[in-house]
Write a protein that binds this ligand. Sequence first.
Ligand code: PLP
Length: 454
Amino acid sequence: MSHSLQALDRAHHLHPFTDFKALGEEGSRIIERAEGVYIHDAEGNRLLDGMAGLWCVNLGYGRVELVTAATEQMRRLPYYNNFFKTTHPPAVRLAEKLCALAPAHLNHVFFTGSGSEANDTVLRMVRRYWTLKGKPEKHWVIGRENGYHGSTVAGMSLGGMAPMHDQGGPCVPGITHVRQPYWFGEGRFGDVRDQDPEAFGRQCAAAIEEKILELGEETVAAFIAEPVQGAGGAIMPPASYWPAVKEVLSRYDILLVVDEVICGFGRLGEWFGSVHYDLAPDLMPIAKGLSSGYLPIGGVLVGDRVADTLIQEGGEFFHGFTYSGHPVCAAVALKNLELMEAEGVVERVRDELGPYLARRWATLADHPLVGEARSLGLMGALELIDPASGERFDKALAAGNLCRDISFRRGLVMRSVGDTMIIAPPLVITREQIDDLVTLAREALDETARCLVP
Ligand code: PLP
């Protein structure tokens, strides 16, 4: 059965971010069901899902309350739009809940179907805002190298993933990128080996100011970044970085967009990564953990400064999606947030599970293949290095992908970004399951070492 599905998959199904030809004879792993923190494939294997799906199944799999919320809403009102001066209870209640959970100055939300659409919305709002303020010359948006803000044309343009730009044709004009605060990558292997991390953090913030001056200080509309760069490699910035960035942006009156698609909804031990880093974003794109991935929904939380202008001076905003605030998705998202609140999920990540993972994950730093083991909340990364040289492995060895494949085979979903191994498990993981995760990660490292190190 799974073989015929694999054949059909190969024949007809184009997967996202996949070299489909490279799937070869092995084919795709067919995931059939899941519960808690485990997924089960068609061959009868159980895997600990160290990636919460794709950084999104925060409440874990199999929550019947979410299924009930979906089916009840399906029966009552499966669809209606928010365009014709109409709305429906789930969208309104979800908007209210989000604004209550978000920092106090964020009092409005614009719904989308995904994180990518949320970032398209961000770009349109930012430019609309400055036009309404009589400053249309403020149109540049500065993002970061290796940042990820989605796969739509605007999303990939705001992001700083070079291979996406190369394949995507011309990017949206008026978007540029600055260096990321990747201490391990740039401090250990790059051109700043003599600095300490905090000096490096300040230097990365200074790069934003240099870019502003290069573009013209009157022309920059916004800076967009993830609190912790997720898909770029779970890159936690040095402590000096965000305070220095905030200072630069306020000096030039530039809007701050904090992309919370991964960091939002408890991943870093607060409802939003912006709270952890004490940011006060003007715009906050969200998705993923908003519904624990059970249904697709995203949005942009809008701060008072931008919302007041759009509402008071903007007239009609010619922007929106058929599924903006979809009632079934909104009902599930609302129930997801209510459950997270009632069960104290975010507080447990902050006070118990995050610190526990940090202690256990750090034990992997003694492995010969590991150059750094870092984590924050329930997000962690391992930097693979060649023990013989202390440098990165030769790229041709694809050490990260090898380690990922071994890890899957041994029963742990761990993602690779180059030679950085990443985990971001469901937030309902237990201490015992964290112990298992760390044990499986060590076993995967051992087997990877046996394959790569003579
Ligand atoms: N922003 C960030 C930070 C993301 O990590 C992602 C997806 O991984 C997106 C935006 C895009 O979200 P989506 O895949 O829902 O379009």
